[in-house]
Ligand binder design. Structure first.
Ligand code: GLU
Ligand code: MG
Length: 455
């Protein structure tokens, strides 16, 4: 009798299991490794977690994409709070009985409630605030992403071919639906040039929101991909020697009232004085910027001449070999060109945090405005076709050819190091050099395979 009662109780609890399932929400941050890490809690506790979030540790930012912490300036000491941010919600719900995934992007604070100096989202906020305070300018930004689907079908000659989309309709539909449900406005989804390579673009948003959107987009693609049985990789080079995956950061300067500020019809490159100075600032710090925007050993397998990525510190008009490209606009009657005018930073990939990438671009552009830099040389044709002497004569610098070279350029650029501040710059160099030391001795083909899985 006793026994039977106990059995029935246990059995009825077991029967209720379905109803006992709780939803988890994970508060997370995009870190130096460009990975999203965080901690979860019951969804019903979200209101009470909005103030103090979850506990976080400074050394977490030193975890590299290979899952190791070769060195850390913080050691085992210290505590922080990772707090959900307003507008940071990501809900991935593909319906049809699939579980709902809930994430929320967070900001990192010290235990005294001050922004932590190595919180990358906070670092971007300060850069955008400084730009606005000093110049009255804001930025409209859109991150354009290329990626691979590992098990997409591949047949010879399928570059931009519609055949590449067949069989992927439900995956693409769910990606577009989830983007829209999360406040991103899908612009295009296309079968890119490379084998199994695709691209997705979204409408621009204000600086911080655009970086949030880049983080959201990557996770949405990965998560929806997993639900459809695909592994998605944003790694800059999935197969060595084959066209890479870029992140192209489109931006335009606007005044506080939303009026475009970067365009001046008829000026060189149609750039206004601030637009030209901003671009010149980027080129002046180009080599240091690469350490942040293309921050992996495999990034430099992509940034090679004649690959439509970026290999030189140059500005060009409607040319995809440029580091900074002046984008096209319809030249027809009645088009508000100023509104459409934008620049594209092409030396970036998805092994970096979008917050850090955009923050350093903003800092470099602001430095250019402060120094009132004149319009840079607008190159004509592929700089890789010029001799080294000719490039030097035109003032076109080589971009770094390896991460080691890029980190040395960052360290040598005292102004760029100053933007990051002593703690973040030291942590960054230590993190990335530790990652390099772990990759030494592994051949590049194998590294491409490892990074393809990590990103
Ligand atoms: N896949 C190229 C890159 O690595 C870009 C091609 C394009 O312009 O869309 O950046
Ligand atoms: Mg593309």
């Amino acid at each position: 009798m006793e026994r039977g009662v106990r059995w029935r109780r246990g059995f009825s609890a077991w029967l209720c299991m379905g109803r006992l399932r709780e939803e988890i929400v994970t508060v997370c941050c995009s870190d130096i490794a460009g990975q999203l890490r965080g901690k979860g809690f019951p969804f019903q506790d979200l209101p009470s977690r909005l103030r103090f979030g979850v506990g976080w540790t400074p050394t977490n930012i030193m975890i590299n994409c290979l899952g190791s912490i070769p060195a850390s300036p913080f050691g085992s000491r210290g505590d922080l709070m990772l707090v959900p941010s307003r507008g940071g919600e990501i809900t991935i719900d593909c319906g049809e009985g699939q579980p709902v995934e809930r994430l929320i992007l967070g900001d990192i604070f010290t235990m005294r409630g001050e922004p932590w100096e190595c919180c990358l989202r906070g670092f971007l906020k300060r850069a955008l605030d400084d730009l606005e305070a000093e110049t009255g300018l804001r930025m409209l930004v859109s991150f354009e992403h290329e990626f691979h689907i590992d098990n997409a079908t591949q047949r010879p000659g399928d570059c931009y071919a519609v055949v590449k989309l067949r069989g992927l309709e439900s995956f693409i539909g769910d990606v577009l639906g989830c983007l829209r449900a999360n406040g991103l406005a899908p612009d295009t989804f296309l079968p890119e040039y490379g084998p199994r390579q695709f691209e997705v673009t979204v409408d621009p948003a204000l600086g911080l929101a655009a970086a949030d959107q880049a983080v959201k987009l990557r996770e949405i693609c990965r998560s929806v991909g997993r639900q459809h049985g695909h592994h998605i990789s944003f790694s800059p080079v999935v197969t060595r020697g084959i066209v890479g995956n870029g992140v192209h950061i489109h931006f335009s300067l606007i005044n506080k009232d939303g009026r475009p500020a970067g365009y001046e019809a008829g000026a060189p490159g149609n750039l206004s004085a601030v637009g030209a100075a901003f671009a010149a600032g980027i080129l002046r710090h180009a080599r240091a910027l690469c350490a942040i925007t293309a921050p992996s050993v495999v990034s430099y397998e992509r940034l090679k001449p004649h690959t439509w990525s970026a290999a030189y510190a140059n500005l060009a008009d409607r040319d995809r070999e440029a580091m900074v490209r002046i984008c096209p606009f319809p030249e027809m009657e009645g088009v508000d060109v100023a509104k459409r005018f934008n620049l594209e930073y092409r030396a970036a990939d998805a092994t970096a945090s979008p917050y850090l990438q955009l923050a350093m671009i903003v800092r470099a552009g602001l430095a250019g405005i402060r120094a009132r830099l004149p319009v840079p040389v607008i190159t004509n044709g592929d700089p890789g076709d010029l001799s080294a002497e000719e490039r030097e004569r035109q003032g076109i610098a080589d971009l770094p050819r390896s991460l080691t070279e890029a980190l040395a350029a960052l360290e040598a650029d005292t102004e760029a190091m100053g933007w990051m501040g002593p703690v973040l710059s030291e942590a960054y160099l230590m993190h990335k050099r530790g990652e390099i030391s772990m990759t030494e001795g592994t051949d590049m083909d194998e590294l491409c395979r490892i990074y393809a899985r990590a990103y």
